[in-house]
Ligand binder design. Structure first.
Ligand SMILES: [Zn+2]
Length: 334
């Protein structure tokens, strides 16, 4: 059974109109679940407790978001990130819902999960909002998974932006491996190939920076030749995915040229490799700002989660791939 959190409450984080991170994003995705497909179970959103948010964020920062919402005004916490009167409560529900799916996946209650939540999370740092993100949902869920007895967590991030907040949270950590494909150079500026982690976390940050305009086959090659072997070698207890669909060709922000089917093909690689090591997979929504592309891409992922055959896309070998493999080979037998 697949657990999905998709609920109109996530529209209540109000970014104020003319903002790409529009409440309608989750409404478009919700149309996929108004009559849930076979094998999909809708899970009610739950609020995270403050101690769960504190797994990844400073208390003073949590208070700042709470007080900003409580002021009843809509305030910008950084040039891109808005906090509205409902934002604190909705952000608690975003983090809590991903935690809930993570818990259900670890206990075997669901085989995989998808949290269609907002605000997104992967840019949020310990002490600050950034890039449309208030709390780092996936970093909180990874820490929650470890606190519930998971031995290790793999985070896969295919959002077009690098998840600087997530990388920061686990840079010195060998229990949580952070793998990211992202446009580079691009916002937020982090995610260079040379960022591989430090101290005991060396080798457990796997950045795959992609130059502008990459297509399906080039992405697929990175997933097939780098992520697939890493899943089998790292053997995570659970795989969490920062699912950002702003690397789609139609996206107004990202500069990549992926088709909706490519997200299904990526999900296929993640599903099949995770199955081999017995790890459940839980997705959480990050970016993706063209409504139709977002809905269609999520549908591709859900179809693969339901056990359907992933779209066939041939990997395309290219120059930067060799550079990536040369670096990551130092730590993993690729
Ligand atoms: Zn993004």
């Amino acid at each position: 059974m697949i657990g999905v959190v998709s609920d109109p409450v996530f529209m209540e984080h109000d970014t104020g109109g003319y903002h790409p991170e529009d409440p309608l994003r989750v409404q478009y995705i919700h149309t996929l679940f108004s009559d849930p497909p076979e094998g999909v179970m809708l899970v009610e959103p739950v609020e995270a407790r403050e101690e769960d948010i504190m797994l990844n964020h400073e208390r003073a920062y949590i208070e700042k978001v709470r007080n900003t919402s409580a002021s009843g005004r809509t305030v910008s916490l950084d040039p891109d990130t808005v906090c509205s009167p409902m934002s604190f409560d909705v952000a608690l529900k975003a983090a809590g819902s991903l935690n809930k799916l993570t818990e259900m996946a670890l206990s075997g209650e669901i085989s995989s999960g998808f949290a269609s939540v907002r605000p997104p999370g992967h840019h949020a740092t310990h002490s600050s909002a950034m890039g449309f993100c208030l709390f780092n949902n996936i970093a909180i869920a990874a820490k929650k998974a470890l606190s519930m007895g998971a031995k290790s967590v793999l985070i896969v991030d295919f959002d077009v932006h690098h998840g600087n907040g997530t990388e920061e949270s686990f840079y010195n950590d060998d229990k949580v491996l952070y793998f990211s494909t992202h446009q580079y150079p691009f916002y937020p500026g982090t995610g260079a190939l040379s960022e591989v982690g430090s101290s005991k976390g060396k080798g457990f940050t796997v950045n795959c920076p992609m130059s502008y305009g990459k297509v399906d086959g080039e992405y697929l090659a990175v997933y097939k030749y780098i992520l697939d072997p890493i899943i089998r070698l790292f053997k995570p207890s659970i795989v969490l995915v920062s699912a950002g669909f702003d690397s789609h060709a139609m996206d107004p922000i990202g500069g990549m040229r992926l088709s909706s089917e490519c997200f299904g093909a990526i999900a296929g690689i993640i599903r099949d490799a995770s199955l081999k090591v017995g790890a459940p997979v839980v997705y959480t929504l990050e970016g993706g700002y063209d409504m139709d592309a977002l809905r269609d891409s999520v549908q591709q992922v859900i179809e693969v989660m339901r056990g359907n055959k992933p779209p066939l896309i041939d990997p395309l070998e290219w120059q930067e791939l060799d550079d990536m493999i040369a670096i990551h080979k130092k730590y993993w037998d690729l």
